[in-house]
Design a protein around this ligand. Structure first.
Ligand code: NOJ
Length: 686
C-alpha cells in the first residue's frame, strides 16, 4: 500500500528529494545507482573542490572548480553552500539510429547551490550526475548582480588524477586540428591536449575525459597541471576572452567515463545520456546508409577537384558512379569538386572563392539528380568551405534550399584551413581570425546542423568540431571526420596511418561519436598513381573496419573498378548494415587489438569486426551473443595464413561455416590484419 501511494506521488522516472544541508557540512556525496562510484564535493576555505572514487579506489583527487570573469564578480572563492538537492533519473530512451536502439539512462544527481560573499561574490550551481559508467558535472551560472553579458576569462576546473597513468592523446592548438596520430605517454609528459583523452590506470580502471552537449561555449582542451593532473584550458577568442555569454549560462558537461575493461568505454552511453532529447519532431527523413563517390580518385591523384582535363566531377563520371551505386544497393553518391571555386587557391583562403550554388559547366546537377532518382539512389552534396565561415554563412541557407529542391538529402561539409585562421567580423566590423575549435566555431557548427534540419538535410562533417553527443538532440548530425581518416593513406608524406591507428581510434576519437573514416580500399597500393603511398592493412582488415568503426553513413571508398575486381570480398560491404540494435566488445587491448560484434537493427543477424595492429594474433571467440537454439551461417572474411599487411595484403579466405551460440570460433589475424563475419540465421532448407 505504502508502495502504491509512494509511486503515485513520486514518478518512478524522476525521484526528487530536496535536502537543505548545513552550510558547515564538510563533504557532500553522491553515489552511482550501483553504489560503486562516488563523487564528493567540499569547500575548503570557501573554494569549491570535487573528487571521484570507484570501489574505494581514488580516481580524481581533490580538484578545483570555479571561474574567473572579466566583470566584477567572484565565482571562484568565498563561497558558502546554500543548499544541496538530490535527484535521480531512471529512463529508457530510443535512438533514431546508432550502435544501440535502446539506451538506459540511470543516474543519481546532486546539485550544489553556492553563494558568494557580499562584496563581489556571486551565485553558482554545480550539478553532478553519477552513472554506473562514470560521472558528469556542469555549472549553472544564474542571473545575478545586474549582469547580462559576461566574459569568462577562465574556467578553473581541474582533473587531478590519483596516479601518473598512461594516457592516449592528440595535441591541441595545431594546424591539422584533430588530425594527429594518438600518442601514449604518462600524464606527466603531456602539455595541452584535446578530448576525448583516454587513460589506462594501474588500479584496474580505464577512463575517458571528455565533454557533453558543447553549445554556446568554447571547447575544452586540457593543460597539464602538476605531475598527474590537468586543468581546463578553454580555447580563447582572438581577444583572449574564453567564453562570451549572456546569463544564465549552462556550461557543457565535464565527463569522466569509468570502465573496468577497455571495451566498457566503447559500450558506455554517458555522453549521449547527458545530451538533451531529440528536438526534431518528424524524424522520418533521417535515414542511415552507405555511399560511394567521386572522392578517392582525387586523393590518389587520378582526377582533380578543379575544372580541367582530369576533372573528376563530370556528368559522365557521375553517371558511372550512380550506376555502380545502384547495381550494388548503395544509397548515396558523393560528388566533390562539383562547384565553382576549386580552380583558385581555396584551402584556408580568405576570401574563399567557393560558390555553393554554381555547378561547374561540365556537371549537370539537375540532370544527374533526376538520373540518380530514376536509379533509386541520391546525390550527396559537398560544401568545402576552405574554413571561410563568412563566405559559407552568407550562402548556407540558399545552398541547403538548393539541395533540398534537387532531392539531395545529405551534405558533406569541409573546413580545410590551418586551425587558427577562421575569419570573423568583430564588433567594429573588422575581420579577425579565430581558432577552429573556439566558441565562434562551436556556434557555427551548431548553426549548420539547425539550418540543415530546416531543409531536411543530414550532415557529414569533415574538419568538424569534436563530437559531444549532439546526435541525440539533432539526429540529422550523422557523422564526422575529426581524426586522421583513410585519406592520409593516399597522400600523407609520413606514410599514412600505421596499422596501430585503427586499434587506438575505438578507445579515443570514437568514444565521442561516429566517424566518417571511409574504409573499403581494395587496391591497397595504387602504385600507378602514388607509388610512395599505400594503405597499411590487409584486405580483410578493410572489411573489418565497417563493424569496428561506427558510422551511420559508411563509404565504400575505392574506385568502382577496384571493388568490382574483388566482388567476393566486396559482398561484405554490400551486406553490412549501418544501424544496430546492440553492440558488444568481445576482446580489446587499446592500441593492440579489438573485436566488436553488432546486431543488425530489427533482425537476428550479427556482424563481427576484429582488427589487430602490426602483430599477428589468434583468438578463441565465444559466440554466446548469438540467439540460443538457432543455427547461423557464418560468412567469414579472414586473413589467409600468409597474409601480411606489408608483404602480402591480399591473401584473404572467404568461407562459410555453420555455427551456433555454443561454437568456439578460432580466428587468426595476420600482422596489420583483421576479420569480418556476417552471422545469418539459417533459412529453412539452406
Ligand atoms: C578534406 C576532407 O577530409 C576530404 O574528405 C575532402 O575530400 C577534402 N578535404 C576536400 O574537401
Amino acid at each position: 500500500m505504502f508502495n502504491k501511494i509512494f509511486h503515485s506521488i513520486f514518478s518512478p522516472i524522476m525521484f526528487l528529494v530536496i535536502l537543505i544541508s548545513s552550510i558547515y557540512a564538510a563533504n557532500h556525496e553522491l553515489y552511482s545507482p550501483d553504489h560503486l562510484i562516488k563523487v564528493g564535493f567540499r569547500l575548503k576555505h570557501g573554494v569549491p573542490y570535487y573528487f571521484v572514487e570507484k570501489s574505494g579506489r581514488e580516481i580524481v583527487r581533490s580538484s578545483r572548480l570555479g571561474f574567473r570573469f572579466k566583470e566584477k564578480i567572484n565565482l571562484c572563492s568565498g563561497f558558502k553552500v546554500e543548499k544541496v538537492e538530490y535527484d535521480s533519473i531512471r529512463e529508457i530512451w530510443y535512438t533514431v539510429w546508432g550502435e544501440e536502439s535502446r539506451i538506459k539512462n540511470y543516474c543519481n544527481i546532486m546539485r550544489i547551490y553556492l553563494e558568494g560573499g557580499k562584496k563581489k561574490g556571486g551565485k553558482l550551481v554545480v550539478e553532478f550526475r553519477a552513472f554506473n559508467d562514470g560521472i558528469g558535472f556542469r555549472y549553472f551560472i544564474p542571473e545575478q548582480r545586474g549582469l547580462e553579458k559576461v566574459n569568462i576569462m577562465d574556467e578553473l576546473t581541474e582533473f587531478n588524477f590519483a596516479g601518473n597513468w598512461d594516457c592516449w592523446w592528440i595535441p591541441a592548438y595545431r594546424p591539422q586540428r584533430y588530425e594527429y596520430l594518438y600518442k601514449k605517454t604518462k600524464i606527466s609528459e603531456i602539455d595541452t591536449i584535446h578530448t576525448p583523452a583516454t587513460i589506462e590506470t594501474d588500479i584496474g580502471l580505464y577512463l575517458s575525459i571528455h565533454e557533453a552537449a558543447l553549445e554556446k561555449y568554447s571547447s575544452m582542451t586540457l593543460a597539464r597541471k602538476g605531475e598527474t593532473g590537468f586543468e581546463v584550458d578553454l580555447v580563447p577568442w582572438s581577444d583572449g576572452v574564453k567564453v562570451k555569454g549572456k546569463l544564465p549560462i549552462k556550461t557543457p558537461w565535464r565527463t569522466i567515463q569509468i570502465a573496468d575493461t577497455p571495451g566498457g568505454l566503447i559500450t558506455s552511453h554517458l555522453i549521449l545520456n547527458l545530451n538533451e532529447p531529440c528536438k526534431i519532431k518528424d524524424v522520418s527523413w533521417i535515414k542511415t546508409g552507405k555511399y560511394v563517390g567521386i572522392w578517392w580518385e582525387m586523393h590518389i591523384g587520378k582526377s582533380t577537384w578543379e575544372l580541367g582535363p582530369k576533372h573528376g566531377a563530370t556528368t559522365e563520371n557521375t553517371i558511372k558512379y550512380i550506376d555502380f551505386a545502384s547495381r550494388y544497393g548503395f544509397k548515396g553518391v558523393l560528388v566533390e569538386g562539383w562547384n565553382v571555386g576549386w580552380e583558385k587557391e581555396w584551402a584556408g583562403a580568405y576570401p574563399s572563392p567557393m560558390n555553393f550554388l554554381k555547378p561547374y559547366p561540365d556537371f549537370d546537377i539537375r540532370k544527374l539528380s533526376e538520373y540518380a532518382k530514376s536509379k533509386g539512389v541520391f546525390l550527396i552534396g559537398h560544401h568545402e568551405t576552405g574554413a571561410d565561415i563568412l563566405n559559407y554563412e552568407r550562402q548556407m541557407e540558399d545552398a541547403f534550399k538548393f539541395y533540398e529542391e534537387l532531392g539531395i538529402p545529405v551534405v558533406k561539409t569541409g573546413y580545410v584551413g590551418w586551425g587558427r585562421d577562421l575569419p570573423r567580423l568583430n564588433e567594429k566590423g573588422e575581420v579577425v581570425k579565430e581558432w577552429h575549435h573556439s566558441q565562434y566555431m562551436v556556434e557555427h557548427f551548431r548553426k549548420v546542423i539547425e539550418v540543415a534540419a530546416k531543409y531536411h538535410i543530414m550532415i557529414v562533417a569533415h574538419e568538424p568540431i569534436k563530437d559531444t553527443g549532439e546526435r541525440r538532440t539533432w539526429p540529422n548530425m550523422m557523422s564526422r571526420e575529426g581524426a586522421r581518416g583513410q585519406e592520409y593513406n593516399a597522400w600523407s608524406p609520413d606514410g599514412g596511418n600505421p596499422p596501430e591507428h585503427t586499434t587506438v581510434l575505438p578507445f579515443t576519437r570514437l568514444l565521442a561519436g561516429p566517424m566518417d573514416f571511409t574504409p573499403g580500399i581494395f587496391d591497397l597500393t595504387f602504385d600507378e598513381y602514388r607509388p610512395k603511398n599505400r594503405v597499411n592493412t590487409t584486405l580483410a582488415k578493410q572489411l573489418a573496419l565497417y563493424v569496428v568503426i561506427y558510422s551511420p553513413f559508411q563509404m565504400a571508398a575505392d574506385l568502382p573498378e577496384n571493388c568490382e575486381k574483388r566482388l567476393d570480398a566486396f559482398k561484405f560491404i554490400i551486406d553490412v548494415p549501418t544501424d544496430w540494435d546492440e553492440t558488444r566488445v568481445l576482446n580489446a587491448k587499446i592500441g593492440d587489438y579489438v573485436t566488436i560484434v553488432r546486431k543488425k537493427k530489427n533482425s537476428d543477424e550479427w556482424y563481427l569486426g576484429s582488427i589487430t595492429d602490426e602483430e599477428e594474433r589468434s583468438f578463441d571467440l565465444d559466440l554466446k551473443f548469438l540467439k540460443p537454439g538457432i543455427k547461423y551461417v557464418a560468412e567469414i572474411y579472414r586473413d589467409g595464413e600468409n597474409a601480411d599487411w606489408k608483404t602480402n595484403p591480399y591473401d584473404i579466405i572467404i568461407e562459410k561455416r555453420k555455427v551456433d551460440w555454443n561454437t568456439n570460433l578460432k580466428l587468426y589475424l595476420a600482422p596489420g590484419g583483421g576479420a569480418a563475419i556476417r552471422f545469418k540465421p539459417v533459412d529453412e532448407g539452406e
